[in-house]
Design a protein around this ligand. Sequence first.
Ligand SMILES: Cc1ncc(COP(=O)(O)O)c(C=O)c1O
Length: 407
Amino acid sequence: MNQLALFGGQPVRTQPFPSWPVHGEREEALALEVLRSGQWWRYTLGEAIDGAASPSKVAEFQQKFAAAHGCKYGIACVNGTAALEIGLKALGVKPGDDVIVPPYTFIATASAPMLIGANPVFCDIDIDTLNLDAGKLEAAITPRTRAIIPVHFAGLAADMEAILEIAARHGIPVLEDAAHGHGGAWRNQPLGSIGAMATFSFQASKNMTAGEGGIVVTNDERLAEIAESLVWVGRKKGRPWYEHHRLGWNYRLTEFQAAILLAQLERLAEQTRRRQENGAWLTAQLEQIPGIRPMAVPAYATGHAWHIYCLRFVESAFGATRERFLEAMAAEGVPGSSGYAHSLFNNPLFDESFQRYNETCAASNRACREAVWFEHRYLLGERADMESIAAAVRKVYENRGELARTA
Ligand SMILES: Cc1ncc(COP(=O)(O)O)c(C=O)c1O
């Protein structure tokens, strides 16, 4: 049998996967244009909404990104965490209100409500999709619930039909956390255009990046105006510079970041297509291996954005521990990670009262024990790269006995 690289055998692959971010002449040209213009900062308040003749890079990016995601309005800001805060504030969430969030996500989904004095209320996920379990949503609603934040985890659409139906019945707005969802779709509708508002992140790991950055998108003119005002320290379009109408912040993105993001947006559709093709092919291979459970893709998730290639690793079915599997895969040239170590409520940030969620959010805890993540840049490779991932998993499976013995 082919010896594992962990024990001195030949690794399945020695070549690196495509690096991230992908960049080239377009990023260079647009960034240089900003540099040479000396206009590194532009006054764009209201511009994105009006569609000025020669928009700043920020205004141009806001419009193009929003349009590509089925929205009329885009309000760029410093990062995805700030975008969530802005979205919640625009929706009228106040201190003491409850905001429903999944526990299997990045901290920002829960910390954004906390940063404005609201309480995160955790609703468990579905173990097959790793998205909010709509069947448990209604039980999480309290008299103080003022927003629901479904995350399109890993780029897979949340169960929006069920979520929107419950939310509408209770008169609660839905804010999509689409930090993983650039270019993705639900029932052929772009992620980000389904709820009242949505937020995206452009942090370095995301499917579009300028190192940092974020955006709020919506089709609601009133919400867009509030969000933009919040980004501009509470200013109002057409009003004097030192007149402030609400408690905002300087959440602005720079012209340099917008220039890079414009170029990144031009690459998005083709990269998404490639990730989708490779992701689907890989799933068809990996789901045949005992103990390997790639994320389910329900029919409504018509466009997976594949921010993460995620699977569940069921130790008893595979015959080795997840930690040993990850060590063996790394040695074969396919490093992965175990993802979130805790359901959010088990982070030291949260006091003991949050321990109750261990009872109601068992699927999230299970996902923390079982998940294996591979970076989206792997999916930008060729078919041969996908074959090598599948070959590495098969090789580790075939050698599982030795792996278990040497644990
Ligand atoms: C699901 C989710 N929401 C929000 C964010 C916050 O984005 P940022 O890092 O740009 O603040 C992230 C970032 O990783 C995320 O993964």
